[in-house]
Design a binder for this molecule. Structure first.
Ligand code: SF4
Length: 359
């Protein structure tokens, strides 16, 4: 069964015409759905009541249901959405420092094949790509959640479960709908796609010529350290990834963000900072330093820990001393399953335990 999130305005307008109504009603109805308003006659005067009945009968209001929901003390909300086929994905709403704004984090795949050793999603492996509609549903769920706490969803980043550039066609289709101003959605510049550094994917994103942001998860200043953390590092050397990021930046004219997760004793020394500065200094890129949310024993048998406050500050200071723009991304939801993949892992193992108990 289709969800409204599967349809572009044109596709929905064609459906409305097939139902015997004016296709001109389609943008208002779909826009109301995108903004999280209940699509009813009361909400949209002038639209025929029969059209609402068809909308409800033939398009499920959403194929995704909420399977789990956690709210941290800092207001970070993690949602686990159950998709039409029973699989689950995580989406996260992060309150902004402004009282009325929030940012959303969207998954692009069920599970992930990238195998980043410090990530909980790695442990469940890759299951399938998400459709554009399933990503749009996360967007709408985040918008509703933001509205329910008096905030506006201001930005969206594809940084949840999965590698977006390995599902690029669907990601681009979702981005186009999220940024369609006929749907009252976000501006292009409010959308960021984040990658572990899939070089052909970065080039394909550049070729798509969308005015969105790119973030690259580097996490190490040398290929050897990086390959230990991210198996993808063996396939795409840092020099090639940064060259692809340069091409994106030259084409779109906006700084690429370099993500760097500080792991105690792994990538957080002053020597690592010096080498990172050497790589990034010639470029006009921003560095986002991330505080690690521990995920327990990794597949390689390592228990990663976040860098101490003191080490992290010294690392940032070493970058700034070399005139780099380096910010800490605030650590979110430490009192809930905040790391990518943790809520899904916990919920699925609880469900498996419950079903094992049923005689
Ligand atoms: S960090 Fe991102 S790319 Fe790496 S395994 Fe986790 S979800 Fe996949």
């Amino acid at each position: 069964m289709l969800s409204p999130a599967d349809l572009s305005i044109d596709a929905f307008a064609a459906l409305v015409a097939r139902w015997g109504y004016k296709p001109g009603h389609a943008p208002r109805v779909l826009r109301a759905y995108y903004t999280g308003i209940d699509v009813t006659a009361a909400a949209l005067p002038g639209v025929p009541a029969g059209l609402f009945a068809r909308f409800a009968d033939e398009l499920r209001s959403s194929t995704a249901n909420l399977a789990a929901h956690q709210v941290a003390e800092d207001g970070t909300t993690k949602m686990l959405l159950r998709l039409g086929d029973g699989r689950t994905v995580e989406s996260v709403l992060m309150p902004d420092f402004r009282d009325d704004r929030a940012a959303g984090c969207i998954s692009s795949q069920v599970g992930c094949a990238m195998g980043c050793d410090f990530c909980a999603t790695t442990r469940t492996g890759f299951e399938r790509n998400l459709t554009a509609g399933e990503m749009v549903e996360q967007f709408i769920a985040l918008r509703r959640e933001a509205r329910s706490v008096g905030r506006k969803l201001q930005t969206v980043v594809f940084m949840g479960m999965g590698e977006p550039l390995l599902n690029l066609d669907a990601v681009l289709a979702a981005v186009e709908r999220m940024a369609d101003n006929k749907l009252g959605a976000l501006g292009w510049r409010q959308i960021t796609v984040s990658t572990v550094g899939i070089v052909p994917g970065i080039d394909a994103l550049t070729a798509a010529r969308l005015n969105i942001h790119l973030a690259v998860s580097l996490h190490a200043p040398d290929d050897e350290t990086r390959a230990r953390l991210l198996p993808m590092g063996k396939r795409f050397p840092i020099a090639e990834i940064l060259a692809a990021a340069d091409r994106f930046q030259a084409s779109r004219g906006r700084p690429v963000t370099i993500q760097y997760c500080l792991l105690a004793g792994v990538n957080d020394s002053l020597e690592h900072a010096r080498r990172l500065a050497e790589l990034i200094s010639p470029r006009r890129m921003h560095i986002n330093l991330l505080r690690y949310n521990p995920t327990g024993l990794s597949l390689r048998g390592v228990v990663y820990e976040p860098s101490s406050e003191e080490t992290a500050e010294a690392f940032a200071a070493a970058l700034r001393a070399r005139k780099l723009v380096a910010h800490f991304r605030r650590s979110r939801g430490r009192d809930i399953d905040a790391a990518c993949g943790q809520l899904r892992e916990r919920t699925e193992s609880q469900e498996a335990a419950r079903s094992a108990e049923i005689p």
